[in-house]
Design a protein around this ligand. Structure first.
Ligand code: G6P
Length: 368
């Protein structure tokens, strides 16, 4: 298999810039643009309407995809969701009601802990579904149904386009589940599908903030610690932002639920600490912005990722605003991953690290 970097300096950059295309590709598999409906091609060995629980397990970035999807399945399909990192899940040996659905998210389809979690669930009489990029993988082979993410080979160790493809597929699945469970009307389905189909061009627009992001990244590269905050589905996006920064720039970073700030991490905030707040406008944005003011009051350097609506309501004390296009709140977590990827990428480039092959990390972790 021959994949090259094209005009990009790193595979990671190429993969970040491919996302308008890869998201379109994923969408063309799950969504029928004509009827504005999700149409699953996979034969489901279960009925979403009958499910009482969805259990997801994954590792690394794939885990954060599931963590975002939890909000979607709960809100749009009213389906109770459990999600855990596979290495914890497998040894907890949780009791499971027969006939539940277990979903495993894995780009490679070979991650040892995720596979072990899958085998445990199969043994517990669960329907086993997986969301993978590599269709000939072990996880795919051992699944009752396989949902492809179709983003093409991902070479950079730090996952980017696989994440947005996983999210796009999961968003589609949550619509299918919501419709089957009678939660989503035809009208709402059309609205959500339109939100999804608007993503590729919104992602292109978000990518055009690169010059500004390079400037911010130059300053980030001098930091010792960086805090990422988010609320609701932006909380996993904040954790993903922190993971990405750690992985490739080796700067310590933490992702935190904005509402938990005052229960600990605020003690760390001083003038030297950049705080990245992921808060596109939605019904919770005011709460996140007020958490942000608590940071500003202590001299923390705030970098706010929001849309024009969110930017309007911001008071003083924000060092930088990275503006992303306004999209439907349903798809906003997918779009918000773009600036956090670019921030990590450019910070790492300033640090001079090996972006595509960061030290101590592997693309696929097939040992425990
Ligand atoms: C490794 C990779 C990450 C990836 C994780 C899970 O840690 O470096 O990029 O998110 O494994 O991999 P998977 O193939 O199961 O998605």
């Amino acid at each position: 298999l021959l994949v090259d970097k094209g005009n990009h300096r790193h595979f990671m950059a190429k993969e970040i810039y491919e996302q308008p295309e890869t998201i379109s590709h994923t969408l063309s598999h799950y969504v029928d643009m004509g009827s504005e409906q999700v149409s699953l091609r996979e034969v489901l060995p279960f009925d979403f309407a009958e499910l009482t629980r969805l259990t997801m397990s994954a590792c690394g970035t794939a885990y954060y995809a599931g963590a975002v999807a939890k909000y979607w399945f709960e809100r749009y399909a009213r389906l109770p969701v459990d999600i855990d990192v596979a290495s914890e899940f497998r040894y907890r040996e949780p009791p499971m009601e027969k006939g539940g659905l277990s979903l495993f998210i894995s780009q490679s389809g070979e991650t040892a802990d995720t596979l072990a979690a899958l085998r445990y669930c199969a043994g517990q009489g669960q329907h086993v579904a997986s969301l993978v990029n590599t269709l000939e993988s072990t996880i795919a082979r051992e699944s009752g149904v396989v949902f492809p993410i179709l983003c093409g080979p991902e070479i950079g160790v730090a996952s980017t386009k696989a994440l947005t493809a996983q999210l796009t597929a999961l968003a589609s699945l949550s619509i299918a589940a919501g419709r089957a469970r009678g939660v989503i009307t035809a009208e709402l389905e059309a609205e959500l599908v339109r939100a999804l189909t608007a993503l590729p061009s919104a992602v292109s627009q978000a990518l055009s903030a690169e010059t500004q992001i390079m400037d911010i990244s130059k300053r980030l590269s001098k930091a010792k610690d960086v805090l990422y905050l988010g609320r609701g589905p932006m909380f996993p996006v904040a954790m993903e932002g922190a993971l990405k920064l750690k992985e490739i720039s080796y700067i310590h970073a933490e992702g935190y639920a904005a509402g938990e700030l005052k229960h600990g991490p605020i003690a760390l905030v001083d003038e030297a600490m950049p705080v990245i707040v992921v808060a596109p406008s939605n019904e919770l944005v005011d709460k996140t912005l007020s958490n942000m003011q608590e940071v500003a009051a202590r001299g923390g350097k705030i970098i706010l990722i929001t849309d024009a609506e969110g930017a309007k309501t911001v008071g003083h004390g924000v060092a930088d605003i990275i503006e992303i296009p306004h999209v439907h709140p349903f798809v906003a977590p997918i779009l918000a991953t773009i600036p956090v990827q670019l921030l990590a990428y450019h910070t790492a480039v300033f640090m001079g690290t090996d972006v595509d092959q960061p030290r101590n990390l592997a693309k696929s972790v097939t040992v425990e």
